[in-house]
Design a protein around this ligand. Structure first.
Ligand code: SF4
Ligand code: SF4
Length: 97
């Protein structure tokens, strides 16, 4: 149940941690990044530039990227633009590839 304006903190302060996890920005998406692991050199450009932190990585000494977390990817296409090996292609939602 949503809180009324009388119950939320003054100034709209966020007083609990990790609330952004509840905001699933993937629902905004009209385009979806399709990652090709064969072309990926794990340079991490896409990971650093993703505004939604939607690209997970392994926890090794030499981390590797994993497939995009579509719960949070909003389909902006920045990852595809910065990828030096063209390992990410943006496809319209609904197109099966
Ligand atoms: S499309 Fe945008 S939000 Fe989605 S993974 Fe790429 S950079 Fe992140
Ligand atoms: S930018 Fe491209 S090559 Fe670099 S980690 Fe991301 S998908 Fe792989």
């Amino acid at each position: 149940m949503k809180k009324s304006w009388k119950e939320i903190p003054e100034g709209g302060l966020i007083v609990e941690p990790h609330t952004s996890l509840e905001n699933k920005t993937g629902t905004w998406r009209s385009f979806r990044p399709v990652w090709d692991p064969q072309k990926c050199i794990h340079c991490m450009f896409c990971v650093f530039y993703c505004p939604d932190n939607a690209i997970p990585i392994t926890k090794d000494d030499k981390p590797k990227r994993l497939d995009t977390n579509l719960d949070y990817c909003k389909g902006c296409g920045i990852c595809a633009n910065v990828c030096p090996t063209k390992a990410i292609e943006m496809v319209e939602e609904g197109d099966d590839q």
